[in-house]
Ligand binder design. Structure first.
Ligand SMILES: [Fe+2]
Length: 181
C-alpha cells in the first residue's frame, strides 16, 4: 500500500501564504505511550488560505479537492505529532514552506495485528504496538501526496512546520491518477 507519492505538478507560485487569523484548532490533549513515557501531541492548527491560492489550485492542480488550508504543526520548541490517521480526508497533497527543523520525519506505521489502512481519526495508544513502515523527510517547496488512512506521525520537530495542505477523498480521479489505483 502506498504511503507517499511525489506527483509531478506545477510548483506553487509566489502567492500570499500568511496564516489568517481565522484558525481551526485540531489540538487534542492526548498522548501516545512510548516505553512507558507519555509523548504528548503537539499543537496542530489549520488556517484559511488566501482565495488567490485556492483559485490557483483549482486551475493548476485539481477541482476535486474538498478542503484546503495552511497547516501549522509544532510549537516554537518543537514537539511530536503523535501517530494518527487523518479525520477529514483520505489523501493530503502537501507543499511544505517551513520544515520545522532539518530532520523532521513523517513516519508511517502499522499497528500489530491490524490492516495497514485504518479508520479515520484513529489514535493508537502506544508506539510499542507499532511497526515502522516508511520514514520521509519532506523538503520545502515540493508537492507530496500522503496517504492519511495509514497511521503516521511527525517526529523531530524543532519548531513549527508550515505547509499548504489540499485534502482529497480516495475515489477522486486525482488520487487514482497519482496512486495508480
Ligand atoms: Fe495527518
Amino acid at each position: 500500500m502506498t504511503c507517499v507519492v511525489y506527483p509531478d505538478l506545477a510548483p506553487l507560485p509566489d502567492l500570499p501564504l500568511n496564516p489568517s487569523t481565522e484558525t481551526f484548532h485540531q489540538y487534542l490533549t492526548i498522548s501516545c505511550d512510548r516505553n512507558g513515557v507519555p509523548v504528548p501531541n503537539t499543537v496542530w492548527t489549520r488556517h484559511t488560505i488566501d482565495p488567490l491560492v485556492m483559485d490557483w489550485a483549482r486551475q493548476n492542480i485539481s477541482t476535486e479537492f474538498h478542503a484546503m488550508g495552511l497547516n501549522c504543526c509544532g510549537t516554537e520548541t518543537g514537539g511530536v505529532g503523535i501517530p494518527h490517521t487523518d479525520r477529514t480526508r483520505n489523501w493530503t497533497l502537501m507543499w511544505v514552506t517551513e520544515t520545522g527543523g532539518p530532520n523532521v520525519a513523517t513516519v508511517f506505521w502499522q499497528e500489530h495485528e491490524h490492516d495497514v489502512s485504518r479508520e479515520p481519526g484513529y489514535y493508537p495508544q502506544s508506539y510499542n504496538n507499532l511497526t515502522e513502515l516508511e520514514s520521509h523527510v519532506f523538503v520545502p517547496n515540493r508537492w507530496v501526496l500522503i496517504n492519511g488512512n495509514i497511521i503516521h506521525s511527525v517526529e523531530n520537530l524543532q519548531s513549527v512546520r508550515k505547509s499548504v495542505q489540499i485534502g482529497f477523498w480516495e475515489n477522486t480521479d486525482f488520487v487514482k491518477k497519482w496512486t495508480n489505483q
